[in-house]
Design a protein around this ligand. Structure first.
Ligand SMILES: NC(=O)c1ccc[n+]([C@@H]2O[C@H](COP(=O)([O-])OP(=O)(O)OC[C@H]3O[C@@H](n4cnc5c(N)ncnc54)[C@H](OP(=O)(O)O)[C@@H]3O)[C@@H](O)[C@H]2O)c1
Length: 305
């Protein structure tokens, strides 16, 4: 089968599509004919080893010393082809979508084996495979960090980096929780974030939101350190008494099967709209990496398998 692999850590050109052996499911796995896979910022950061030096060695130990040793990809949507003997939740022919919760990777390939009980759920019939693959990465991160920040009805919430994969999910889920959301992104994305529910939009290229005369209950950095979020000291100036600042880089998020199933429900009833910037066929994987590397994607980039 065709699969995305990396020949080394490095620029987009190290990513190749190669023939590899089709995986066979263990007793607890579902063998999935992948139809769409997300190309996330995590994939491109792993490929380029874009982590602080103190984390690079641990990443190499987990993922591969000289190159990522596995088929790449954390998020998939596809059709169940066969199931292991212990699997009762799914049957062959079910459309499923999922997130790799165990650093096993393998989503960017024609076939993948996924554990049936760990972040695999039925794809909502209302969504295409491409749309379903655009939900788990940002959706699960958004759920975890909004919960960590304690976002609730009536709060004023500012989301920095509102137009990325995490940001577009956070804007929608925080709005749905009843918060008044100020989205911080560049002007070209203001229309998008308003359509997702943001009450206000601040263009970070012309305005510093930490200089405004407002008091937020919560500020969330949705994009992390590579994109220069404001420091805690600066954010403190716009936090209401007791307000909190949470960054997607500050904790290792924990995701649950219940969260993925909730995202499936929200995707099915239209409460969470998948945001897709571009789709690429698998054989344009290097171009897709180069695009994500630019750091300005809107929502998600999806590989069509
Ligand atoms: N804690 C963990 O274990 C963990 C796990 C996974 C990911 N993460 C974090 O999540 C990050 C990925 O988030 P993501 O996938 O949502 O990012 P993303 O989709 O790559 O973000 C792209 C968006 O960032 C905006 N942006 C770029 N530069 C900006 C700036 N200087 N200020 C404000 N916005 C800016 C862009 O908008 P414009 O085009 O308008 O600039 C673009 O829409 C990772 O890099 C990592 O930091 C953490």
């Amino acid at each position: 089968m065709k699969a995305v692999v990396c020949t080394a850590y490095g620029p987009p050109e190290v990513v190749k599509v190669r023939e590899v052996r089709k995986p066979s499911p263990g007793r607890k796995d579902v063998l999935i004919r992948v139809r769409a896979a997300a190309l996330t910022t995590s994939d491109t950061r792993i490929r380029g080893l874009q982590y602080p030096p103190r984390l690079q060695l641990s990443l190499r130990v987990v993922v591969g010393l000289r190159a990522p040793r596995r088929v790449m990809g954390l998020v998939l949507s596809g059709e169940g082809e066969s199931v292991g003997t212990d699997v009762t939740a799914f049957k062959p022919g079910d459309d499923v979508f999922g997130f790799d919760n165990r650093f096993k990777f393998g989503a960017q390939a024609e076939y993948a084996c996924w554990p049936a009980s760990d972040l695999l759920a039925r794809k909502p019939a209302e969504l295409s495979h491409e749309e379903a693959a655009a939900i788990p990465y940002g959706g699960l991160m958004a759920m975890f960090f909004l919960r960590r920040a304690g976002v609730r009805h009536g709060q004023r919430v500012a989301i920095f980096g509102a137009s990325g994969a995490n940001g577009t999910s956070m804007v929608q889920l925080a709005t749905r929780a009843g918060a008044a959301v100020t989205a911080i992104c560049s002007a070209r994305n203001c229309e998008l974030v308003h359509a997702l529910g943001a009450a206000a939009c601040v263009d970070y290229t012309t305005e510093d939101f930490t200089e405004a005369n407002v008091a937020y209950d919560v500020v969330v950095d949705a994009v992390g350190g590579l994109k220069h979020p404001p420091s805690r000291a600066r954010v403190a100036k716009v936090l209401a008494p007791g307000g909190v600042y949470v960054s997607v880089d500050e904790a290792m998020p924990r995701f649950t099967q219940a969260d993925l199933e909730e995202l499936a429900r929200l995707g099915a009833d239209g409460s969470l709209k998948p945001v897709i910037d571009r789709t690429y066929p698998l054989d344009q994987i290097a171009e897709a990496h180069a695009y994500v590397d630019q750091g300005h994607k809107r929502g998600n980039v999806i590989l069509v398998v």
